[in-house]
Design a protein around this ligand. Structure first.
Ligand SMILES: NC(=O)c1ccc[n+]([C@@H]2O[C@H](COP(=O)([O-])OP(=O)(O)OC[C@H]3O[C@@H](n4cnc5c(N)ncnc54)[C@H](O)[C@@H]3O)[C@@H](O)[C@H]2O)c1
Length: 359
C-alpha cells in the first residue's frame, strides 16, 4: 500500500449528489460512535437500526431519529439501506455480515472483523459473490499521530526497521466481564489480545508490515473468564525486524497503551496516543514526559463517545462510500482487518503448543 493509499479521506457527497442509507446492527456501546460518524458525512444517512433486544433497538432508534427493528432480516430487506454496520458481539460479525452481503448490502464490521479465519474468509467470499464491499473499522489508524508515523516509515525516514512494539496494559473489572459475551470463547474469541489489544496489534502490523513468525503466551491470571487476560508475544516481521506485544486487562488501575517503533534512523514512542518521543534524523527532537498522563477512552470501557474516535470513524466510513463510488476496495478492507486476527490466533496457537508458529 502506498502512502497515498493509506490516507483515509473524508469524502463529501458523490458527484451525483447521492446519499447512502445506513443500517446499524447492534445498538450497544460502540453504536453511538458509528451513528455520530454517519451523521457527520454529507452523503450518509442513518435509516434504521436493529437489535435483538427490543428496548435497546427502540431507545437507540428514538435517540437517532430513525426506524428500528429486532430482526436483521427485516433490516437487510430494506431498499433504502446501502451499507450495514455490524456492531454485535465479535463472534457474530461474519454471520450477520454475510446475511447483509447476501441481501446486496455493503458491510462495515467493527473490530475485530471476526474471531476465526474461517468466518472472515467466508465473509470475504460472500462480499465477492454478491458484488459488495466488505470493510472494517480500526479507528486508531485514523488518529493523526499514527498517520504521521505510517507516512514517515513509508518514506523510509526511520531507516531500516529494527523493532515494533505494542504494549496494552489496560484494566477491565469483573463487572465488565459479567455483562455477557465479553470473555467468552464463543463470542469474544479471546480476551485481552482479541478484544482490547487488537487495536494496537492492527496498528503495529499496518506500520511494520507482515509477520513471519510468532512466539506467544496467553494465560488467564486474574479474571474468572474462559480466555486470556494476559498475553505476550515476540514477533519476527518478514522485513527482518523484531517486535513485542503485551496485552492485558489486569493491571492495577489500568495503564496507558504504548507503541514504539525503532529504526536505524529514528525512534518514536507513543503513550496513550500522544507522542512521548519523536527522534528522527533531520527532525527536531520532541520529548514529552507528560504524554499518557490522561487515559484515553479506549482504556476505559465506560468512556462513552470519544471525539477522536468519531473523527476517525468518519474517515473510515467515508472511505467506504468513496470505495463504492470508485469501485475499489476500501482502504481498511476485510483482508487488511484479517491480519491482526491471524497474528492473535497464532499467539494462541504458539502458547498452546509451546512452539514458534510460522505464518
Ligand atoms: N472500535 C471500538 O473502539 C470498539 C469499542 C467497543 C466495542 N467494539 C466492538 O463492537 C462490538 C460490540 O461491542 P459492544 O461493546 O458495543 O457490545 P454490547 O454488548 O454493548 O452491544 C452489542 C449489542 O448487540 C446486540 N445483539 C447481539 N446479537 C444480536 C443479533 N443476532 N442481532 C441483533 N442484535 C444483536 C445485543 O443485544 C447488544 O445490544 C464488538 O465486536 C466489540 O469488539 C469496538
Amino acid at each position: 500500500m502506498t502512502a497515498q493509499d493509506s490516507e483515509l479521506v473524508h469524502r463529501s457527497p458523490g458527484e451525483d449528489g447521492r446519499t447512502y442509507g445506513f443500517g446499524i446492527v447492534g445498538c450497544g456501546v460502540i453504536a453511538p460512535t458509528h451513528a455520530e460518524a454517519i451523521s457527520r458525512l454529507d452523503n450518509a444517512r442513518l435509516v434504521a437500526v436493529c437489535d435483538m433486544n427490543e428496548e435497546a433497538a427502540r431507545s437507540f432508534g428514538t435517540e437517532w431519529n430513525c426506524d428500528y427493528v429486532t430482526d436483521v432480516a427485516d433490516l437487510v430487506a430494506r431498499d433504502d439501506i446501502d451499507v450495514c454496520n455490524i456492531l454485535v458481539p465479535s463472534g457474530l460479525h461474519a454471520k450477520l455480515g454475510i446475511q447483509a452481503a447476501q441481501a446486496g448490502k455493503h458491510v462495515i464490521c467493527t473490530k475485530p472483523i471476526d474471531i476465526t479465519l474461517e468466518a472472515i474468509d467466508a465473509l470475504i467470499a460472500a462480499g465477492e459473490e454478491n458484488g459488495v464491499k466488505i470493510g472494517a473499522t480500526h479507528q486508531f489508524r485514523g488518529f493523526p499521530v499514527y498517520e504521521r508515523i505510517k507516512q514517515a516509515v513509508e518514506e523510509g525516514r526511520f531507516g531500516e526497521l529494527l523493532y515494533g512494539n505494542a504494549f496494552v496494559p489496560w484494566y477491565r473489572s469483573d463487572e465488565y466481564y459479567a455483562r455477557g459475551w465479553q470473555g467468552t470463547k464463543a463470542l469474544d474469541g479471546g480476551g485481552a489480545l482479541m478484544n482490547q489489544s487488537v487495536h494496537y496489534i492492527d496498528l503495529l502490523l499496518w506500520i511494520m508490515g507482515e509477520v513471519a513468525s510468532v512466539c506467544g503466551f496467553a494465560d488467564n491470571l486474574a479474571h474468572d473468564i474462559e480466555v486470556e487476560d494476559c498475553g505476550t508475544a515476540a514477533l519476527k516481521f518478514t522485513n527482518g525486524a523484531q517486535g513485542l506485544i503485551q496485552g492485558t486487562t489486569c493491571t492495577y488501575q489500568g495503564q496507558p497503551a504504548r507503541l514504539e517503533i525503532h529504526g536505524t534512523k529514528g525512534n518514536v514512542m507513543v503513550v496513550a496516543d500522544e507522542i512521548a518521543l519523536w527522534e528522527v534524523e533531520g527532525d527536531e527532537r520532541v520529548f514529552n514526559p507528560e504524554a499518557g498522563m490522561v487515559m484515553t477512552g479506549a482504556s476505559d470501557p465506560k468512556g462513552g463517545m470519544q471525539e477522536s474516535a468519531v473523527v476517525a470513524h468518519v474517515k473510515e466510513i467515508g472511505d467506504m462510500l468513496a470505495a463504492i463510488e470508485e469501485d475499489r476496495e476500501p482502504v481498511l478492507n476485510a483482508r487488511e482487518a484479517r491480519r491482526a486476527v491471524e497474528v492473535i490466533l497464532a499467539i494462541y496457537e504458539s502458547s498452546e503448543k509451546g512452539e514458534v508458529v510460522r505464518l
